[in-house]
Ligand binder design. Structure first.
Ligand code: PAF
Length: 283
């Protein structure tokens, strides 16, 4: 596997693949790779001639300086895992290689069509501007045929689909199901920041979501919402930031189960200081 750190070297690598008519599968990541990422990578390897993975902790999508500083950075271990998974090239640039000073400081403008006004967008202002900024830049550099994203970041996936359409990228966006530990905990790079006790506590989030599917459609949306929030918060060490039951396509909250055909419950919970997200499909 090649490790590339400059845009120029990446362009040469990609141009070579294109001249040989090889298809490219791309997995953008911020590193600290776990089995969830590796599931995306293995799929990209299986479905394309060449798999490229980016490892870049994107500063413009962090609205909290401490979160950016504390984000785990484990490039050596990541590279070993990627080699084993069959990835052909890892692109790991520095922030200076990716951005000029203006791009670092000015918010990247994008017409989200309201997708950024809810859930993560409401609690992390500017976050999705940074995500669209970096992913559109990476798409231009990597020029993939397919790009793979996890459904755990449900809102991000919807926004990336919109961006791909609006910016006319000829790229197939492949959404992949959440990968969970045996305990049910959704895999996340942030899990590495949990103490062993917090890890046990965090399992409660997915357990509550899973249990809620059993009575979801028999109670009102409002009652289900309140029951889920109460059940999560009842566990010491957990505090729900939001739980939204939304139309899976528009991400707008629904009031009745009949309001949408595809319904997903999206939650963000603080486990101590660590912010965890998860979601579950109801319909
Ligand atoms: O999901 C992530 O890890 C990031 O938001 C992404 C898509 C790699 C952009 O920095």
């Amino acid at each position: 596997m090649q490790t590339i750190t400059t845009k120029k070297a990446l362009d040469e690598f990609v141009s070579n693949c294109k001249s040989e008519n090889k298809t490219i599968g791309f997995v953008p990541t911020m590193g600290a790779l776990h089995n969830g990422h590796l599931t995306l990578v293995r799929r990209a390897v299986a479905e394309n001639d060449i798999c490229i993975v980016s490892v870049f902790v994107n500063p413009t999508q962090f609205n909290d300086k401490n979160d950016l500083a504390n984000y785990p950075r484990t490039l050596e271990a990541d590279a070993a895992l990627l080699t084993e998974a069959g990835c052909a090239c890892v692109f790991a640039p520095t922030p200076d290689e990716m951005y000029n000073a203006d791009e670092m400081t000015n918010r990247f403008e994008f017409d989200f069509g309201g997708l950024d006004q809810v859930m993560e967008g409401k609690f992390r202002p500017g976050h999705f501007n940074g995500v669209v900024q970096v992913v559109s830049k990476l798409f231009r550099l990597v020029r993939p045929d397919r790009a793979y994203f996890g459904e755990k970041d449900f809102q991000q996936l919807a926004i990336i689909r919109r961006m791909t359409k609006l910016m006319n990228f000829p790229i197939e966006i492949v959404g992949c199901p959440i990968v969970r530990e045996e305990s049910g905990l959704a895999l996340s790079s942030r899990n590495a920041l949990l103490t062993p006790e917090q890890r046990q506590t965090a399992v409660h989030i997915s357990a509550v979501l899973q249990e809620s599917t059993q009575f979801a459609l028999e109670t009102s949306v409002g009652e289900l919402h309140d029951a889920v929030v109460a059940a999560i918060n009842a566990k010491e060490g957990l505090e729900t930031e939001y739980f939204d039951i939304v139309d899976g396509d528009t991400l707008q909250s629904i009031e009745r189960w009949d309001d949408a055909e595809y319904v997903v419950g999206c939650v963000t919970v603080y486990c101590g200081k660590i912010r965890l997200i998860d979601n579950i499909r109801y319909k």
